[in-house]
Write a protein that binds this ligand. Structure first.
Ligand code: KG4
Length: 365
């Protein structure tokens, strides 16, 4: 069984093709990143992101089919509804019509697409593209929650151990969540951010330091160049009696540190060191609190910030201390492989007409 999966929730246009037999095999995994375009804004500009998804999705789709050896010359009869589904994307409509007029239906049995959370205009590019494909190929379309996918991608290589309940951490540019996974599909949210997401905090801090987007990578690289810092930033909500986070205060504290002073290169590195430590300290404190209260059998992490080596090391140390397993995915930043994996492991059914983008989609929706 082969599935084509689509991810357009933020600034990456991803398409993957997975094959499920006994194991899940990745046949194609393409991503078109918009980092360079959004770099000058210091963050993501939703209407530009939508425009770029619309431009990039068809070439990414063609590359994926080619890589998976699924492109076969021929013809697919075009369903008249295609014009309605893609009426707001005339160029995409033309490209797909060209595809249907020149290629047969590929050997694909399912399509999966991210329906939320994310930027609504971006989500709709993926959803409408997926709808048009599904209706013309007459195959089921599976909606996927982006957050659930970040965690479930850890299961791409069968996990044999008894891992549940698992403490799961979503650390990305748009989300920061701590939840307990009782089993696949059953989640209890423990806490989330009250303002900026953890990656957003990295990105906004980087912007204050005139460092390029995505700021997390830049801050981590610079922090690595020093071993201590002269700066002291707050650790917001570190001792609060809950599992919520608040990162916006950090950015304000950095703003005041930078006011009326120009940092040398070394001082910028020291500031990066302190930013990374402040974020890590809060995260580790809350994670340890959850380990003590809920006694989970494992920790799962996901999202772009989970690529951060210092955060990974601190979480690995915690897992050693409490003698539990930690799973760190190969696919940390946004990708379509995780969307395919989530659709295979935790499929939700919905008919085409009810498929909507939901920028605030919850884990149990
Ligand atoms: O999950 P993701 O690819 O996209 C969404 O948020 O949807 O995460 C992107 C975020 C950005 O904020 C970026 O700065 C951050 O992940 N990031 C990192 C690292 N790599 C990416 N943050 C800290 N350290 C990293 N190594």
């Amino acid at each position: 069984m082969k599935i084509l999966s689509i991810e357009t929730s933020c600034d990456d246009t991803g398409i993957a093709i997975l094959e499920q037999n006994k194991k899940i095999k990745v046949l194609a995994d393409y991503l078109s990143s918009q980092n360079d375009i959004h770099s000058s804004y210091g963050g993501i500009h939703p209407s530009i992101a939508k425009r770029e998804h619309t431009k990039n999705i068809f070439p990414v789709f063609m590359s994926s089919l080619k890589k998976a050896h699924l492109l076969k010359k021929g013809k697919t009869e075009i369903n008249p509804e295609t014009d309605i589904i893609l009426e707001r994307y005339p160029e995409l409509l033309e490209e797909l019509k060209y595809f249907f007029n020149n290629y047969e239906k590929p050997d694909l049995q399912k399509i999966a697409v991210t329906t939320g959370p994310g930027l609504e205009p971006c989500l709709y590019v993926g959803i409408n593209f997926a709808k048009a494909l599904a209706i013309n190929w007459d195959i089921p379309l599976i909606p996927v929650n982006h957050i659930e996918a970040h965690i479930l991608v850890n299961f791409i290589n069968e996990i044999k151990e008894d891992v549940f309940p698992a403490l799961s951490l979503i650390l990305s540019g748009g989300n920061t969540k701590l939840f307990l996974m009782q089993k696949i599909g059953v989640y209890k949210e423990l806490g989330s951010t009250r303002d900026d997401a953890i990656g957003e905090c990295f990105d906004k801090s980087a912007r204050l330091l005139n460092l390029p987007y995505p700021g997390g990578v830049e801050i981590a690289n610079r922090a690595n160049k020093v071993k201590k810092s002269q700066f002291k930033l707050p650790r917001p909500m570190i001792n609060s009696n809950d599992y919520d986070f608040s990162f916006s205060g950090l950015k304000t504290a950095i703003f005041y540190e930078l006011k009326d002073r120009k940092l040398s290169k070394k001082e910028v590195n020291e500031m990066c060191f302190e930013i990374e430590n402040a974020i890590k300290d809060v995260l580790i404190k809350k994670t340890e609190k959850a380990l003590l209260e809920f006694n989970p059998k494992s920790i799962f992490i996901g999202g772009g910030v989970s690529a951060n080596k210092k955060i990974q090391k601190a979480l690995k140390d915690l897992s050693k201390k409490y003698k539990i397993k930690i799973y760190i995915p190969k696919y940390t930043t946004d990708n379509a492989v995780m969307i395919g994996v989530a659709a295979l492991l935790s499929p939700k059914s919905i008919n085409y007409d009810n498929l909507k983008a939901n920028s605030n989609l919850n884990l149990n929706d």
